[in-house]
Design a protein around this ligand. Sequence first.
Ligand code: RB5
Length: 146
Amino acid sequence: MVKKIIIGSDHGGFNLKRHLVEFLKGQGVDVVDEGPESAESCDYPVFAAKVAQKVSREGCLGILICGTGQGMAMTANRFEGVRAAVCTNEFMARMARAHNDANVLCLGERVIGIGTAEGVVQAYLETEFEGDRHKRRIDLIETVGK
Ligand code: RB5
């Protein structure tokens, strides 16, 4: 089970972030909230970068939330070693961990409800990377575009 999560959002994901911080704490997870501190309009790349940088440097897991999850994933995936995945259901979250070793979960507050989001986060926390052939494939992600 995951011990620590770095979390961040923009204004579009602020309410879901607030909810998930408490949900994660309730699961015994140490949560580092990279902001924002209010639902005032802000730019998602700023907060995606704060989380992705820590995930890249510390090798921990992160969660990013915006309106759709897409802008967060696009930004986070620019950081070395970061594999950010937008997940809208538990199956996607389980596969993103088991097959893709996703280390940043991206959620869209305007896409999924709170109950689904909790299930997606739970699946993300519980699922281990399977390694083996999937390790070869995620290593290829790093080289194919170079
Ligand atoms: C903000 O309106 C919205 O564009 C943002 O939260 C996100 O959905 C971008 O991907």
